[in-house]
Write a protein of this length. Structure first.
Length: 220
């Protein structure tokens, strides 16, 4: 597996431009003043109701609203500024990618591949044997790869940059010929990794493809 920097493809450049436009708009979004005004009015009216009708059957509800409305307004304001900060950070990163006109990827020449589907909520896991007969794992928490029409292929590029994954809404890029994929039982995978642990993806495993598949299939 090699880590390389390569030029952005026309599709990637197009996606970057669209993302820059979207993030530029979102970065300048105003507060939801309508929601704030509604909560403020509810809070004021609740306070007025308590003042004049404290012994009413509804006073418990209005007291609850008097307490909740300021908290709700504060939450809206806080979320707005947090979201705007995150948006502006992503916006700068995307602009940097566009300026560099290249991205870093992990390049994998695939010889064989096996799918270990999700069992609980851990996502799909792929066992890959590369052209040098070395094995590694590739994770797919969001099940994005299973919907890639060219996956699995004889050459896979894994985006190293999280911002690039966000822009492309995908983790990998596929080239080469389409490959057949071995499928391993999800429960067996769950039991196996529950016993041996999982060291993470894209790390070379000191075992052969056959050894790993056999250990998973025979686990009790």
């Amino acid at each position: 597996m090699n880590t390389i920097s390569r030029k952005l493809t026309p599709i990637e450049q197009k996606k970057l431009k669209a993302s820059i436009k979207e993030y530029a708009i979102n970065a300048e979004k105003n507060l939801n003043w309508k929601a704030i005004l509604i909560m403020l009015i509810i809070g004021i009216l609740s306070g007025v109701h308590i003042y004049f009708y404290d012994k009413s059957d509804w006073s418990l509800i209005t007291k609850f609203l008097v307490v909740c409305m300021p908290i709700g307004i504060w939450g809206l304001v806080e979320d707005h500024f947090k979201d705007r900060k995150r948006t502006r950070i992503h916006y700068r990163k995307i602009r940097d990618l566009q300026t560099k006109v290249e991205t870093e990827v992990y390049e994998i020449d695939v010889k064989r591949i096996a799918l270990m589907p999700e069992y609980e909520d851990e996502g799909d896991l792929y066992l890959i044997e590369n052209s040098e007969d070395k094995c590694l794992y590739l994770e797919d928490y969001e099940h994005m790869m299973r919907f890639e029409k060219d996956f699995p292929s004889s050459k896979i590029e894994v985006y190293a940059d999280d911002t690039m994954k966000l822009v492309m809404d995908r983790k990998i890029s596929c080239q080469g010929k389409k490959l057949e994929m071995l499928k391993i039982d999800a429960e067996k995978k769950w039991t196996y990794f529950g016993k041996v642990g999982f060291d993470g993806e894209l790390k070379i495993i000191p075992k052969s493809f056959e050894e790993i598949v056999k250990e998973i299939k025979e686990v009790n």
